[in-house]
Design a protein around this ligand. Sequence first.
Ligand code: ADP
Ligand code: MG
Length: 605
Amino acid sequence: MGRVIGIDLGTTNSVIAFYEGSRSEVIAGTNGDRTTPSVVGRGSQGEWLVGEVAKRQMATRPQQTFYSLKRLMGLRFDEVADITNKLPYEVVRGEHDLACVRVDDKPMTPVEISAMILRALRDRAEEMLGESVERAVITVPAYFNDAQRQATRDAGKIAGLEVLRIINEPTAAALAYGLDSGQTKSIAVYDLGGGTFDISILNLADDVIEVLSTGGDTQLGGDDFDQAIIDWARQEFLEQTGVDLLEDPMARGRLKETAERAKVELSQSLESHLQVPFVATVDGVPQHLDLTLSRARFERLVQPLIDRTLECCLAALEDAGMQPLDVDDVVLVGGGTRVPSVQRAVEELFAKMPNKSVHPDEVVALGAAIQAGVLDGTVEDVLLLDVIPLSIGLETLGGVVTKVLERNTTVPARRSQIFSTVQDNQKSVNVHVVQGEREMAVDNRSLARFELTGIPAAKKGVPQIEVTFDVDADGILKVSARDLGTGVEQEVCVRDASNLSEDEVERMLAEAGERHEEDLARRRRAEARHTAEELLLNVEETLEKSLGRDVPTAECDRLRELCERVRDALENSVSSFEHDELVEATEALQEAAHRFADFIYQGSH
Ligand code: ADP
Ligand code: MG
């Protein structure tokens, strides 16, 4: 069996790495790219584009270009209301109430679309490593709940990958650092990505990494820094021209691109020019956006966002029972940590220089690859302990939550609790599983509901129902309830609540396979066209040059005829039938061209 690879499926960028020798390494694409934008687009011909090519059409085809999908993964439509109005593409309610995106009037799950990114990464790995890749470790933000982890695993499956382990991104980052250190210390991993902020407090001792606490904000990242610039630019433009750029999806897309570029530039320079020509028209007169943003102003715009990350840090420290000064090492992860004022703020909070020796954009994938190495036996002596990010409990009388597994419990974990009936002769109990920190069930995320029936008639409070929560090493939950009197047991697959069913995943897997075939066919067609066009140009040039030389006219005519046939085939080569004709015509022309060349060279002797 081939090796296991590590994948950082990021909100903004994804990275793939593998373990070899005694270190992990990023797998770059043929063009040298080490990261792939987590963007999937529908091209003008209905084809699917992934990565850089998809990102490039973001401004021109905003409604068909899907980015930040990770923010929607595994969530219900109602849970993403605050995100959707920021996205230029349409988010709709799909089956099981899942948040989906609209593709050609049909809802498509973020899981399926993310699978295309994973598939592209897998293809890259297979191409570069020259072997088939079927198993992976994928990272997720520490804050991901059960449904989001399930969704990530499903995406892997649809991409044809067996996901051996889901690990938290900060844990992966710590792994990338921890292996070499061999000493005992506490570290804080501050990860500011495109869409999420995670802070984790970890303990490293003798190659054992323990997560003491995690925290963060799933709705805070570099995108919000871009948004701060967009809001500012929109306001400035509104004052200058009276035009609201956010009303036009196309302008919105172009502004987003420009804002991000300005942000990145401001990590290096003290000033950036935002220019978007022909962004709007007023009374038929084209308007251009042309603004200058200083680093100082930018820092003021984003300070509230940075402050929010610091509050999360303090909360996570408190959970770990620590003060900022107790942290020995601070690790910066994610492209967002390249912003100088972010680095400054982190340095001030922890009163020490943050560690940046491993590339912040790659560190998570590198850590995932180490975990992959552990799973396929290449790396030894690393034990990874993760925690449950949010408490899991049951709704009990009056809608109150009784927590069974507290947040930050180390996984794998198993806990049971005995519950009883609330009425005399009650025959069944409803078990409602929720995840979150709030007191009332309605304020938390509902994970699953099921009913345990067949309880023998008894006075209230007499029956004993044991509910067991089992969280595996991936942080994925199984719940079972057992009537201790009768032994009747019921297990619930939490995925039923809001996730895709096994059947749906299988169907998507088949569809993805077809799509891959289709893409291959499309690529073959494009290559055939390219070959034909090249050959045509080449032959026409040869014909021109051979004018007046001693070449039989019949040969020239034959060649011209074949050129004509290729040209016709090129014009018609849309369906696969004509594609065959194109290939045949090209071959015939190729052969004739070779014969023709023989004539020319013989003639020149
Ligand atoms: P994710 O983990 O969400 O995929 P990354 O770690 O790749 O994200 O970080 C992406 C974010 O980092 C984006 O918002 C991007 O604009 C930002 N970013 C990348 N490079 C820089 C830079 N030089 N300065 C500021 N922000 C940057
Ligand atoms: Mg990341």
